[in-house]
Design a protein around this ligand. Sequence first.
Ligand SMILES: *Cc1c(COP(=O)(O)O)cnc(C)c1O
Length: 368
Amino acid sequence: MEYVRNGYPKLVIDLNALKTNISQVTKRCEEKGIEVAGVIKGCNGLIPCAEQFYRAGCRWIASSRLEQLAPLKDAGIQSDLMLVRIPMLSEAEDVVRICEYSLNSEVAVLKELNKFAGMHDKTHNVIIMADCGDLREGFWDKEEMADVAFMVENELHNLHLAGVGVNVGCYGSVQPTPEKLQELVDIAETIEDRIGRELEIISGGATSSFMRVVDGNIPPRINMLRIGEGVLLAYDLPALYGYDLPYLSSNTFRLRAEVVEVKDKPSHPVGEIGFDAFGHRIEYVDRGIRRRAVLGIGKVDYGDPSELIPTIDGIEVLGASSDHTLLDIQDLIDAGGDMSVGDIVEFQVNYATMVYLTSSDNVTKVYI
Ligand SMILES: *Cc1c(COP(=O)(O)O)cnc(C)c1O
């Protein structure tokens, strides 16, 4: 029997708010001579979202995943495409077929990219990554990095050494201080001395580096940032770092889920306590009888229930199993509120939740 999903749960995506966020950020970057690569992996590469990056004038559209970049040209998006996860050796041919740019840190991969670029009669642009302490991708040994850059420049003729880049604030939580970003500029200038020309691109990180643009203390030679979260959600810089960015909207993604049960129940489980549906031991607090609501959405759709942010007061997310989310709504009731079966509860989402929700086939995407 055919089943076309068009009901709840729904992820409501405000494309105008997204486009405005992108324009506001790119404008401020441009004033500092910085071009923005719009990173779409946070919303699973949803094409209507990717289109907003293109319309707002991003020179590159970027993702960690080729399957998100592959359909974009056919969708009419003409920005250059960039793979921001250093490529798997096994995907090198697809990288040169699909992307104009990639970030790299391994000689074996660079050689493979060069080989396939030649076979496809293309020149593929590479940005060599330095690890400045965040301990994810990139060269730790900067002499080795300069040697590899020299080799790309002089031996890998189907590659173009477009520049260098760094990533911070991902694994190691390292902050993009002006000094940290200057380290990258110094590396770039060492490489420029070796190859005898200027590099076009010095790519100084992701959303967190936008703080340096706002503060006006980004080293002048940084001329590319790769920005996703800061425009998709605009949540981290205000919520975690206390930045006041009134020109950005944090209402781009809203989750709406439907209430499937409302009952008064004990707050502590009744019976012998073992493990929950995911094999965890949970501590339950006994608060007596409370009004509870069950939503028709679960961990499969959004990952971690504790990351859901209700948009009205008086609702506490208690937990979830794969397909059910449990709310304590007693405070809402005590404050004179009401909730019945069939009602819709709305949540603001954070980055992790956005990643899961946009990837879930069980969640209807509604564009406004
Ligand atoms: C994900 C990613 C980005 C974008 O990060 P945001 O915090 O979403 O702006 C930039 N660069 C690389 C290498 C990434 O993997």
